[in-house]
Design a protein around this ligand. Structure first.
Ligand SMILES: NC(=O)c1ccc[n+]([C@@H]2O[C@H](COP(=O)([O-])OP(=O)(O)OC[C@H]3O[C@@H](n4cnc5c(N)ncnc54)[C@H](OP(=O)(O)O)[C@@H]3O)[C@@H](O)[C@H]2O)c1
Length: 292
């Protein structure tokens, strides 16, 4: 290995491993005559990025043997229609996990919709009860993206205990649960956000740096401590200068930062596939809990 290049944290490979484990678990259950686990993804409108994420999830479900029981609503769907569908799925015996694909169109209240999901079917771990369980380090369904980050760290045997971790971003979807999971694993955690002063000084202190900002290539090599673990959660579409076509990049300037970091996740192929894998794992865990 080139001593100057970081070890690649291959989220895609770890996600494949999780898919294989889940596929085997589901095959065993089906040989016992049990129904397949079921996941319902609810999507409103036709946002192309969201549609691509939903297709990915459905493809992954088909691969491992999870039934996709989701529903697509037109962009004009009302809050009442969305919430009625959630309530129906809460009662549906075939459904083990429900996920509302975010963002929702502006006229809909995402928090109110998420709060309607049965906490035992909360695919993305965003219900206040599951968030509270995380805050108290109790067992519960965990938010997929940060749980995916933790699983990658585990797979590469990166010890988090006692390390300085800096999470950039404080969203309820990523930043906050990420910080809580790192804290649960005994890291010393700082959360940065848009009002943080001297972000670079802070990020340079990080042994583990998680970027969940939504700003393409915002983290440069000068902002990273040599040897640090750099996790790039960001997914941003930019126009490529040479081809003129859209391409996906993270929040981290991968080409530059890999010369400084000890470990780094790519985009695509890093945390994105892990998010889907953990969603499937949450679905199967919720199924097994129900069947037990
Ligand atoms: N890999 C995956 O599977 C996955 C899953 C979910 C999201 N994502 C991606 O992750 C990124 C973040 O998603 P999100 O839902 O957390 O986004 P979000 O809700 O927009 O939150 C972004 C966070 O970044 C902070 N921020 C913005 N500009 C900043 C700056 N200049 N310096 C420091 N902090 C800054 C914001 O601070 P304030 O709170 O002060 O505004 C906010 O807390 C997006 O690119 C999204 O597409 C990826």
């Amino acid at each position: 290995m080139d001593a100057k290049t970081a070890v690649l944290l291959d989220g895609k490979a770890v996600a494949e491993k999780i898919h294989t484990e889940l596929q085997q678990r589901i095959q065993t259950l089906q040989t016992q005559g049990k129904r397949p686990p079921g996941l319902a993804v609810l999507m409103v409108g036709d946002n192309p990025a969201s549609a691509a994420y939903v297709r990915n999830k459905e493809r992954a479900c088909a691969k491992v043997g999870i039934a996709s029981l989701g529903k697509n609503f037109p962009g004009s769907a009302t809050q009442a229609e969305l919430e009625a569908a959630i309530c129906e799925l809460n009662e549906d015996e075939r459904v083990d996990a429900i996920l509302v694909q975010l963002p929702l169109p502006n006229h809909l209240d995402a928090v109110a919709a998420l709060n309607k999901i049965d906490p035992n079917k909360d695919g993305d771990g965003l219900h206040p009860l599951n968030m509270g369980r995380l805050l108290r380090s109790e067992v519960g369904l965990r938010s997929c993206t940060p749980a995916g980050v933790m699983r990658v760290l585990e797979e590469y045997q990166i010890d988090v205990k006692g390390k300085q971790a800096v999470v950039i971003g404080r969203s309820i979807l990523v930043g906050k649960p990420m910080a809580l999971m790192l804290l649960e694993a005994n890291a010393t955690v700082t959360i940065a956000h848009s009002r943080t002063q001297d972000l670079a000084a802070l990020t340079r202190s990080a042994d583990i740096l998680v970027a969940a900002i939504g700003r393409p290539l915002a983290i440069t090599a000068e902002m990273v401590k040599p040897g640090a673990v750099v996790i790039d959660v960001g997914i941003n579409s930019i126009v490529d200068d040479t081809t003129g076509k859209n391409r996906l990049v993270g929040d981290v300037d991968f080409e530059q930062v890999k010369q400084v970091a000890g470990y780094i996740t790519p985009v695509p192929g890093g945390i994105g596939p892990m998010t889907v894998a953990i969603l499937l794992q949450n679905t199967v865990d919720s199924y097994c809990k129900k069947m037990a």
